[in-house]
Design a protein around this ligand. Structure first.
Ligand code: CP
Ligand code: NVA
Length: 309
């Protein structure tokens, strides 16, 4: 593993070893044991979009690992005034030991990796959110003790989170059903990649317009905002289109009785999910958010430590 840009680059074994390391780091942190595995290392964090979880979990993660993180808002650095990704990548490669970037165009992340010489971590693009989905699958694994053979139902916008879920589930052997309205489906290339990966892992990939079909017998129910960052102008039309995809008591009752509810957050109660579900007994959204920290620490150690454990 040289970068974490796109989950399709990872094997099932690589994901498993990230989870083993994340579990160890989490357990030891809770026992008060610190590992300064990134002592002397610096992470640059470029943000062209807002963030609570990603920013704080990466920054705290670096601190806990004995390293340092620099927050680089794209409106403050020269990238925001037109300096090229090419030059930014070359310059940053001489200062920091890794870059985490949250931006719009996925190709910008690929270019950072192409022109730089340091590990690049995708902290969300319009196309994907791999760090999120690694943490989601880790949370499922913690609760259910396995991934293979489980079914995840994603109901809502076929967005960056849904795209990464398709890949992550297919690689790890989880069945996934995505229900989205016509015109708001997942990315076509990613669907093909997921189908190919699912053949290898023995899982099923189902795309449908019918939220009830997707929810049937699901072990994990997932949704995300209907209005991702950058889509604010489409708010009114999106609310109308997505209302039948709201995860509420009626829809959730079609999943298995012990189904867990996940959401990457931030959540908009009353839109993609009702309060009784996200704040109810089946919801694991805050454990999921906590796990961003542990899983990303495992990612950073794997990519940046001199002697990964
Ligand atoms: N889930 C997630 O990435 O949250 P932030 O936008 O707050 O980083
Ligand atoms: N799909 C959302 C995820 C936020 C973490 C967005 O891109 O805004």
């Amino acid at each position: 593993m040289k970068h974490l840009i796109d989950l399709i680059d990872l094997s099932q074994e690589e994901i498993e070893s990230l989870f083993t390391l994340a579990a160890k780091l989490k357990k030891e942190l809770n026992a008060g044991i610190m590992h300064h595995l990134l002592k002397g290392k610096t992470l640059g964090m470029i943000f062209s979009k807002s963030s609570t979880r990603t920013r704080v979990s990466f920054e705290v993660g670096m601190y806990q690992l004995g390293g340092y993180a620099i927050f680089l808002s794209s409106s403050d650095i020269q990238l925001g005034r037109g300096e090229t990704i090419h030059d930014t990548a070359k310059v940053l490669s001489h200062y920091v030991n890794g870059v985490m970037i949250r931006t719009f165009k996925h190709s910008d992340v690929l270019d950072l990796a192409k022109y730089g010489t340091i590990p690049i971590i995708n902290g969300l693009t319009d196309l994907m959110h791999p760090c999120q989905v690694l943490s989601d699958l880790f949370t499922v694994y913690e609760k259910k003790g396995k991934l293979k053979g489980l079914k995840l139902a994603y109901v809502g916008d076929g967005n960056n989170v849904a795209n990464s879920l398709l890949q992550g589930c297919a690689i790890t052997g989880m069945d996934i059903s995505v229900a989205s309205p016509r015109g708001y489906e997942c990315d076509g290339t990613i669907i093909e990649q997921a189908r190919y990966a699912a053949k290898k892992s023995g899982s099923k990939v189902v795309l449908t317009e019918d939220p009830e079909e997707a929810m049937k017998d699901a072990d994990v129910v997932y949704t995300d905002t209907w209005i991702s960052m950058g889509q604010e102008a489409e708010k009114n039309i999106r609310i109308k289109v997505f209302m039948p995809y709201q995860v509420n008591e009626k829809l959730f009752s079609l999943a298995k009785e012990d189904a867990m509810f996940l959401h990457c957050l931030p959540a908009y109660r009353g839109y993609e999910v009702t309060e009784d579900i996200i704040d109810g007994p089946n919801s694991s959204v805050f454990e999921e958010a906590e796990n961003r920290l542990h899983v990303q620490k495992a990612v950073m150690v794997t990519l940046m430590a001199n002697n990964p454990v």
